[in-house]
Design a protein around this ligand. Structure first.
Ligand code: FES
Ligand code: FES
Length: 182
């Protein structure tokens, strides 16, 4: 047996750091990121935007959902380095000044949260989902793929199924989104 340990397999490559410009909630942020860094970590650790939550860090709960160029993404699965010059919106950017986004107002009106941990992701996901419906995108439960989707409760439940709520506030979440959608 060779007494000299083979250390080559333990060599850890130097992290690769990249300078990029992030546009978040209409503000520009020059940041230096590790190429392995997720958007969720950059938002929370570098930009102090802690609205998006780390629930599972595996793309399963939706608590980290934000919008990139108006489309919802799970920020725990999105590498920040891919987002140079893209327009990112987090829950902190949904309101217009002191005026809450209609979805935020509806969530308050209908008691659509208990602990609130999932709520930032629910709100961003709902905002992205409403844009998808306006663009005519069908879901798995859309009966007529040629017609404009009608956002009934089944459609809302299906389209929001990527966002989990451990408190079980789904009934009021569906009601709140439905009020804004209809
Ligand atoms: S933290 Fe991203 S999906 Fe759960
Ligand atoms: S309100 Fe608590 S997890 Fe949804």
């Amino acid at each position: 047996m060779n007494d000299e340990a083979d250390t080559t397999r333990w060599d850890v490559p130097t992290p690769v750091m990249v300078d990029i410009r992030l546009s978040v909630n209409r503000n520009d942020y020059p940041v230096t990121v590790d190429t392995r860094e997720t958007l969720l970590d950059t938002l929370r650790e570098q930009l102090d935007l802690v609205g998006a939550k780390k629930g599972c860090d595996h793309g399963q709960c939706g608590a980290c959902t934000v919008l990139v160029d108006g489309r919802r993404v799970k920020s725990c699965l999105t590498l920040t380095v891919t987002l140079d010059d893209r327009e990112i919106t987090t829950v902190e950017g949904l309101a217009e000044g002191d005026t809450p986004h209609p979805l935020q107002a509806a969530f308050i009106e209908h008691d659509a949260f208990q602990c609130g941990y999932c709520t930032p992701g629910q709100l961003c996901s709902a905002a992205g989902m409403l844009a998808e419906v306006r663009a005519g995108w069908p879901s798995a439960v859309t009966a007529d793929l040629n017609a404009t989707p009608r956002l009934d409760d089944d459609e809302i439940r299906e389209r929001m199924s990527g966002n989990l709520c451990r408190c079980g506030a789904y009934v009021n979440i569906v009601t709140a989104i439905g009020e804004v959608a209809r």
